[in-house]
Design a protein around this ligand. Structure first.
Ligand SMILES: NC(=O)c1ccc[n+]([C@@H]2O[C@H](COP(=O)([O-])OP(=O)(O)OC[C@H]3O[C@@H](n4cnc5c(N)ncnc54)[C@H](OP(=O)(O)O)[C@@H]3O)[C@@H](O)[C@H]2O)c1
Ligand SMILES: *[C@@H]1O[C@H](CO)[C@@H](O)[C@H](O)[C@H]1NC(C)=O
Ligand SMILES: *[C@@H]1O[C@H](CO)[C@@H](O)[C@H](O)[C@H]1NC(C)=O
Length: 308
């Protein structure tokens, strides 16, 4: 009897963490594709070879979504991690959601598909789930500004989608005006805008504008100043208001910050190179914040961004 109960529990658990959803629920994008609400962020791994290990830990912990970029120079190591978990039978390719980004020096329309093909070759994949224009700013190979309209870049993105090299396409670091220019002048509406959102930079208006246009928002640097980042007087992980909420749910401050963003229907991308934190950061789907607690979280906003 005990054996049967344990077997049932095992399969129930397996059911929950297998498939695209993994441990995180998914959201439907404006093109009909499903995106997992939580991804492993991968920017700033000082030790790139550890990236492969981190991908393995993340998939074992129930992550199904990895956020990378050509800029991060870690696509090869991530590809090795993906190959490991598929080889070990943990997941199939279709259970994973892989996001990468076009860097600023490849904004000419004819450069987009080749840049994506280079990323795919490094990742060892034949498609990505989501391809983003990393920023509206175009540059030359030497980093100097280039005079290329992102509407041209977007035409290249549409070609990438038509070729099936990217299942969904979107933008990052675009403002509402720039998004509206794309919508007015293009065939495909971006599925996603990836922008900086965290308690000190809550971005209420930008998020509302995207949602009104049926564009999903990915929140980067979600932990904001609640991690060691030179808080300069901004509320941080010792603030009694957030400690009280954390205590109530037996969660860490980091988990409360992620939950606050998830309650707002934002896709979160916490980055960690440490196994226990990778596990901690996805352990946020068994509780909810009340409207009062969401109001407390809102008081941390000071419109302060980490990046320009
Ligand atoms: N589109 C863009 O322009 C853009 C810009 C920035 C970032 N991004 C994406 O968004 C991802 C996340 O942003 P981010 O890396 O800037 O910031 P983040 O994920 O908010 O914070 C990462 C920092 O928090 C620490 N950390 C992670 N989990 C923790 C925990 N549970 N407790 C305490 N500390 C913890 C990490 O250290 P350890 O690694 O030592 O744990 C790291 O120092 C990036 O990795 C990247 O994928 C995109
Ligand atoms: C609180 O959370 C920790 C870490 O997840 C867990 O080990 C512990 O059993 C929890 N305590 C209670 C009272 O639920
Ligand atoms: C943040 O910016 C918004 C929009 O510009 C503004 O309404 C709000 O008052 C600002 N909040 C703070 C704390 O500066």
């Amino acid at each position: 009897m005990k054996f049967i109960v344990n077997t049932v529990a095992f399969f129930a658990l397996f059911h929950v963490i297998s498939g695209l959803a993994g441990k995180a629920p998914t959201k439907t994008l404006n093109d009909g594709n499903q995106i997992p609400m939580l991804a492993l962020g991968t920017y700033g791994f000082d030790d790139i070879p550890r990236m492969r290990q981190a991908v393995n830990w993340a998939i074992e912990a129930g992550y199904r979504h990895i956020d990378t970029a050509a800029l991060y120079e870690n696509e090869e190591e991530i590809g090795k991690g993906i190959s490991d978990v598929i080889k070990h039978g943990l997941v199939k390719r279709e259970d994973l959601f892989i996001t990468t980004k076009l860097w600023n020096d490849k904004h000419a329309r004819h450069q987009v598909v080749p840049a994506l093909q280079e990323s795919l070759s490094k990742l060892g994949l034949d498609y990505v789930d989501l391809y983003l224009i990393h920023s509206p700013e175009a540059s030359n190979a030497d980093g100097s500004p280039a005079n290329i309209d992102y509407l041209e870049t977007w035409k290249g993105m549409e070609e990438a989608k038509k070729l099936g090299l990217a299942r969904s396409i979107g933008v990052s670091n675009f403002n509402t005006e720039q998004i509206d220019r794309i919508i007015k002048n293009s065939l495909i509406v971006p599925a996603v805008n990836q922008i900086e959102v965290h308690p000190s930079n809550s971005q209420e208006e930008a998020v509302k504008d995207c949602f009104e246009r049926n564009i999903a928002v990915m929140a980067y640097s979600p932990l904001g100043f609640f991690v060691s980042r030179g808080q300069n007087g901004r509320p941080g992980k010792d603030d009694p208001k957030i400690l009280n909420i954390a205590r109530k749910y037996n969660k860490t401050v980091t988990q409360i910050v992620l939950r606050y963003l998830l309650e707002r229907d934002l896709i979160v991308l916490p980055k960690s190179a440490k196994r226990h934190r990778i596990e901690e950061n996805i352990n946020v789907f068994d509780f909810h914040l009340t409207p009062e607690e969401m109001a407390v979280m809102k008081t941390f906003n000071s419109n302060t961004s980490i990046f320009d």
